[in-house]
Design a protein around this ligand. Sequence first.
Ligand SMILES: Cc1cc2nc3c(=O)[nH]c(=O)nc-3n(C[C@H](O)[C@H](O)[C@H](O)COP(=O)(O)OP(=O)(O)OC[C@H]3O[C@@H](n4cnc5c(N)ncnc54)[C@H](O)[C@@H]3O)c2cc1C
Length: 647
Amino acid sequence: MSIAIILFRNDLRLADNPALHHAISHGKKILPVFIYEDHFDSGNEANFERLGAATKLWLHYSLKSLSESISEYGSKLLVLKGNQRVVLNALIDKFENSISSVYWNRRYEPHHIKLDTELKEFLTYKADGNAEIEARGQLKDGTVAGRTSSRLRRTNDRSVLSVHEDHEDDENAEIEAPRQLKDGTVAGRTSSRLRRTNDRSVLRVHEDQEDDENAEIEAPRQYLEVKSFGGNLLIEPWELLNKQSKPYQVYTPFSKQYFHLFEGSMADRIRPLEYKLSADNFLSKEDISKIIENAGNGVELQSLESLCSIEDLNLRDRGEENKNTKNIIPEQYHPWVDKMTKYIKAGETKAREALDEFIQTNSALSYGEKRNSPFLKGTSQLSTNLHFGEISVRQVYAAVNNLDSGKEISENKAAIGAVDFPLSKAKKYDYLKQLIWREFAHYLMYHFPHTVNQPLREEFKYFNWRKLDDIQAGSENQNANKLTAHQMLKKWQQGETGYPIVDAGMKELWETGWMHNRVRMIAASFLVKDLRIHWIEGAKWFWDTLFDADLANNTMGWQWVAGSGADAAPYFRIFNPTTQSERFDPDGIYIKRWVKSLGGCSSKDIHAPFIAGALRLMKLGENYPYPVVDHDIERKVALDEFKKLRK
Ligand SMILES: Cc1cc2nc3c(=O)[nH]c(=O)nc-3n(C[C@H](O)[C@H](O)[C@H](O)COP(=O)(O)OP(=O)(O)OC[C@H]3O[C@@H](n4cnc5c(N)ncnc54)[C@H](O)[C@@H]3O)c2cc1C
């Protein structure tokens, strides 16, 4: 029996799962594994390695759902805890050579690339004491022939040269490896340009982390086949470069290229994989238990200590452990967790239902008209399902793209770079373009990994952000003068800024773990431009409170608002929270839903209750807070500060 471990990560689904598909199409018995990795709790905060509190909560239900689906096939999701190399090593030993393959779908966060590169290396290559690179492979240009199977040792400078296998469709794409080795020979980031090999292997360079300095690469088993697949994006980030052979930094040409490829050479990328699963495809629950419980094989198992149930992960009790949330509601048991749980629709079945509803109610075609109205359910609300991979981006893309195209001619055709587009096709593209924003975010994170916590535009390093501990002087607003920036941040987090649309958004987030995109932009802009608090503070808060917290999308969203990212909003574009509110929530329906104390305000007054009209209706400061700053003043200050950067 040939067993393949399928490592589930942010692909918690059985359908359209390339790693799983590969296993069954090669006649393997699947051993499904989820590893709760050490860094999920203790990873570097600054790099967003630790999972956010809301993420953990959703993960609990998503894992339960996946586990139930797997048990319908008579099998079992093994949940392990620890360092993935250590626990997998122990697990594979436990199975005494009957595991022939380990497959997974790729992750793109910088720390995950590093960990998965190490894992692949660890499982695949045997350390032999020589810093030898034995290439049995061939690059396309013929200089090195055949399948790459380099054997590598970690170098002193802690850089690891590793091999990534690409999937089948990629064979003609060009590769640019954007990183540099740390040592003197290839200083800084590697910018070697590589061509994809015939066998579709890609040679790339990853930097190792300092704490791994002494780690041994004890390695493993030559018989083990280790493969990763592209299952979370439509096109892998290294497959696409602009005409100058550089990574795209502007969305429009990037997305045009996507649509162009889908109309032609990459048409298959938007077709979900079709396969049927049966109990025969899985290792049975009984077989798994027998092997796991058999302690007589002499293998001292850390792995069995690491084996746990989903309940043991305690993901639902994370609210009170979280530094940020603790600051707001310091109870021992966190009511936030109960409240948030009501909004969870986790798992593959629920994700599929949400997508079907979006399609059947015609919401996909009315998306363009409704997407900016936070008081409507005008968007798909699939972001969390997509983040956890409960549904694949390809399934969502295909479902919308396959909608009947209709016959009308689009007025929108210029915007999508197409000729004579049928109207409903253009309408579909309103939505599909959002999925490409998601791709763009991952693309940027891959090519510019430092941007998860640093500005892409260098000059923004010098922006004069408010220091969190300073008492704010200088603003003419009397209330602002009494607060530290830290207190302002708190007010923003709690939805107590005195700007109703911002407060409604922040309360929606706290209540439900999700916030409408338009309001995300307004609330984020308020933090960055009105309060002049570093975007990273906002990104951290979102990281902990959003169910869909996603390093790529969150980073791009914040850098876009701050003006420091690729294709970002220009620095002088400062959202006015009042006019945004009047425009996108004209009757204040959304505001009233989340800010109950403003329930009595008229549509006219509700956008700025601090202006005279509303004072008649409510006691400002008691029912609803004074504005934390004066937008008009802060706008000018922010503009002055931004202008300094341009000098
Ligand atoms: C400051 C800020 C932070 C954000 N943080 C996140 C985050 O952590 N996780 C996250 O998934 N999105 C984030 N977004 C993007 C966007 O707000 C959400 O993806 C969207 O609101 C999710 O709702 P939906 O599923 O109904 O999206 P829809 O409008 O139905 O769009 C469909 C899908 O396209 C993708 N998408 C849509 N808009 C964007 C976008 N601007 N950037 C990237 N992908 C997009 C999402 O996967 C989404 O589910 C952020 C935006 C901003 C301005």
